[in-house]
Design a protein around this ligand. Structure first.
Ligand code: PLP
Length: 357
C-alpha cells in the first residue's frame, strides 16, 4: 500500500470497462455502443454554439433539460434527476438509499459496477442466483433487505422482466428503494416508469449512452417520487454542483427533440438483432432471448475465450467475461448490418478451421 493513500483505497476493486482501443481498426461489438451516429440536428447545435456562454458556469439545476425530460416521460420536473452518465446517477443513488443495516440485493449475473459501488460506499450485498435459463426469480427478493437494484433488461443476459414481475417486486418491498436500471429498455422491454405514481419506493435510471448514441456525452437520469429525487439532489450538491456542462445540455435537448430519428435507429438495431440471432443459431450458438442491443451467446463446441481471442485477431472486439456461470459466454453488441455480416463471416471461418484441426 502506498503510504499516501487513504486506508480504504487499497481494498477497492475498480470497474474495468470494455476495451476502447485508440486505433480505430476494430469492429467494436464489445461495449454496447450504438452503431449509428446521434441525431444529425446535433451537428448544428455544436457548430452554432455561442462559445461566450462557456465563460459561465452551467445552470446547477439543469432546469431546461429536466423540464424536457419530464415532458417526454409525462412526469413533473421534481420527479427527474440528471447526472454525468447513469453511472454517476447510480453512484448517488447507492449513497442516498442503500447505506442501510441490511444488505442490498442484485442478481449474481448483472451489471458489474454494482459490487464496485458497494465496496466504495461500504454497502453489504447479496446476489440471488439467476435460474438455469438466466432469468430472475422474483420471490428471491422478498427477504428483508436494504434495497434492490435490477437492470431491465438485465445485462449481460439481455433478458427482460415483465412489468407484472416488477410490480410484484415493488409490492413485496415497500420498505426498500427498488432501482430499475433501464440502460437498454428502448430495445424491447416495457419501462417501469408507468409505476412511478403508484410506488414511492421506485427509482428508474436511464442513460443517453446506448439508444441515443451519446456515450461520449455522459448523460444519465433518474425518474421517481419527488422525495427520492430530493435525496439524489442532496448527494449531488454535496459532491459536484455542475455535473451537466452547457454543451451536454444543449446536445441532449436536441436529441430529445428528434423523436423520429431516435425511433428509426432503435428499430434498425432491433431488426438487426433478429437477423443476427438467426445467423448465430445457424453457426451452432445458443442465443439467449434478448430485449437489448446485444446478445449473450454460447457455442456448443467452441470455448468462448478461444472465440474472443480469434475474433480479436480478426479485428472484431466482443465482450468475454471471465466469471463463474458465464465463462463460456460471449456478449456481442448489435452493430450495423455490415458489421454483423463481418462478424458472421469471421465466426464462420474460425469455427470451420477449428473443426478441421
Ligand atoms: C451502460 C450501462 C450503464 C452506464 O451508462 P452510462 O450512462 O454510460 O454511465 C448503466 N447500467 C447498465 C446496466 C449499463 O449497461
Amino acid at each position: 500500500m502506498n503510504r499516501y493513500w487513504s486506508k480504504q483505497i487499497e481494498a477497492l476493486d475498480p470497474y474495468t470497462p470494455g476495451e476502447q482501443p485508440r486505433d480505430q481498426q476494430y469492429i467494436k461489438l464489445n461495449t454496447n455502443e450504438n452503431p449509428y451516429p446521434p441525431s444529425p440536428s446535433i451537428a448544428g447545435v455544436i457548430r452554432d454554439y455561442d462559445i461566450g456562454r462557456l465563460r459561465r458556469y452551467p445552470d446547477p439545476e439543469s432546469q431546461e433539460l429536466i423540464e424536457s425530460l419530464a415532458t417526454y416521460h409525462g412526469l413533473e420536473s421534481n420527479q427527474v434527476f440528471v447526472g454525468n452518465g447513469s453511472d454517476e446517477v447510480l453512484a448517488h443513488a447507492f449513497q442516498a438509499f442503500f447505506k442501510q443495516d441490511d444488505p442490498i440485493l442484485f442478481p449474481d449475473i448483472s451489471y458489474s459496477f454494482y459490487p464496485v459501488y458497494c465496496k466504495l460506499f461500504q454497502i453489504e450485498y447479496q446476489q440471488p442466483a439467476l435460474d438455469g435459463g438466466f432469468c430472475i426469480t422474483i420471490r428471491d427478493y422478498a427477504s428483508t433487505n436494504g434495497g434492490i437494484i435490477i437492470p431491465n433488461p438485465n445485462a449481460p443476459t439481455g433478458i427482460a422482466l415483465e412489468i407484472a414481475a416488477i410490480r410484484e417486486l415493488l409490492a413485496d418491498n415497500p420498505e426498500s428503494v427498488v432501482i430499475i436500471d433501464e440502460a437498454y429498455v428502448d430495445y424491447g422491454a416495457e419501462s417501469a416508469r408507468q409505476l412511478i405514481p403508484e410506488f414511492p419506493n421506485l427509482l428508474v435510471v436511464r442513460t443517453f449512452s446506448k439508444s441515443r448514441s451519446l456515450a461520449g456525452l455522459r448523460l444519465g437520469y433518474a425518474l421517481g417520487h419527488k422525495d427520492l429525487i430530493e435525496a439524489l439532489q442532496r448527494v449531488k450538491n454535496s459532491f459536484n454542483s455542475y455535473p451537466i456542462d452547457c454543451l451536454a445540455s444543449a446536445v441532449a435537448l436536441a436529441s430529445i427533440a428528434d423523436e423520429d430519428y431516435f425511433q428509426e435507429c432503435r428499430k434498425r438495431v432491433i431488426a438487426s438483432r433478429g437477423r443476427l440471432t438467426t445467423e448465430l443459431q445457424q453457426l451452432g450458438f445458443e442465443v439467449f432471448q434478448s430485449s437489448s442491443n446485444f446478445v449473450l451467446v454460447r457455442h456448443d463446441k467452441e470455448p468462448a475465450e478461444t472465440l474472443y481471442l480469434e475474433l480479436k485477431a480478426a479485428g472484431i472486439l466482443v465482450r468475454y467475461f471471465n466469471q463463474a456461470r458465464i465463462e463460456n459466454c460471449l456478449r456481442i453488441s448489435i452493430g450495423s448490418d455490415p458489421e454483423c455480416d463481418a462478424l458472421i463471416a469471421a465466426l464462420n471461418t474460425i469455427i470451420n478451421q477449428e473443426n478441421r484441426s
